[in-house]
Unconditional design. Structure first.
Ligand SMILES: Nc1ncnc2c1ncn2[C@@H]1O[C@H](COP(=O)(O)OP(=O)(O)OP(=O)(O)O)[C@@H](O)[C@H]1O
Ligand SMILES: [Mg+2]
Length: 243
């Protein structure tokens, strides 16, 4: 089966500094891939490169069998949705925040209404539709952020630590909801987190990124039970914490 994304010889730099160097990497259709690694490892840089938000210095990103590396077009970017730790919501209502992407795509009004209502319902925020986005709690704002991503029916959903600013009960509830939404919609998801509990719950596969390099990847259980020489110390620190 052709992977959804194939990355070849990817290198992202800031000036002379190499932020990311990945010889080969694949994301399969329908996969939920967790990415873990220390601060500054290059996780956000990888997400930005894959979502075509950052120009790589070298390398190729292939979507199915199309080279999209140089296609930083609006049309291509629209295939991907990114949700980050701090939701960047617009100065308007919850409804408008979720509708804005569809409006830009000039969908008929009725269709926008039905899609937005559907995702408000899915994320259990229908009662907030008219509320101003700046008056939401952290958990509510992240729900709006995720609904705004999902309403666009992305080919890949990129999540960069979307739960890390939330308190524990809020996080658990949202994790459950997003898991069931990802499963129902079969959305290919790349999920960056520092939290092994979140990663184990959501991601079937796990990639460990350190110093801008992919040190290990595979089924989450396998990576955690058999770390390699590069990842042992990092993974064992986590295991000690969890046990
Ligand atoms: N525009 C830039 N210019 C220079 N250095 C940068 C730039 N963007 C990122 N970096 C550096 O690249 C490295 C990787 O950053 P990145 O944000 O991808 O890390 P991360 O794994 O997401 O870390 P965290 O866990 O803290 O979110 C860091 O050392 C960071 O300081
Ligand atoms: Mg980051």
């Amino acid at each position: 089966m052709t992977p959804l994304i194939t990355v070849k010889n990817l290198e992202v730099r800031a000036g002379k500094k190499v932020l990311l160097s990945i010889p080969h990497f694949e994301i399969q259709e329908g996969e939920v891939l967790g990415i873990m690694g220390p601060n500054g490892a290059g996780k956000s840089t990888l997400i930005k490169a894959l979502a075509l938000l950052e120009h790589p210095a070298h390398g190729t990103i292939i979507l199915k069998d199309k080279d999209i590396t140089k296609e930083m077009t609006l049309e291509m970017r629209r295939k991907f949705a990114v949700a980050m730790q701090q939701p960047l919501l617009l100065d308007t209502s919850v409804y408008q925040n979720i509708a804005v992407g569809l409006k830009l795509r000039k969908l008929p009004r009725q269709e926008i209404k039905s899609k937005v209502s559907y995702w408000l319902e899915k994320f259990q925020i229908s009662h907030l539709a008219k509320k101003h986005a700046y008056h939401l709690s952290g958990g509510e704002a992240q729900r709006v952020n995720l609904a705004r991503a999902m309403v666009l029916e992305p080919e890949i959903l990129f999540l960069d630590e979307p739960f890390s600013a939330l308190d524990f009960p809020t996080k658990i509830q949202l994790l459950k909801d997003i898991k069931s939404i990802i499963q129902q919609t079969k959305t290919t998801t790349v999920f960056v987190s520092h939290d092994l509990m979140e990663l184990k719950y959501l991601a079937e596969n796990l990639a460990i990124l350190m110093d801008g390099e992919l040190k290990q990847s595979g089924p989450a259980e396998e990576v955690l039970s058999s770390p390699n020489p590069s990842t042992t110390a990092f993974i064992n620190d986590w295991k000690t914490l969890l046990n």
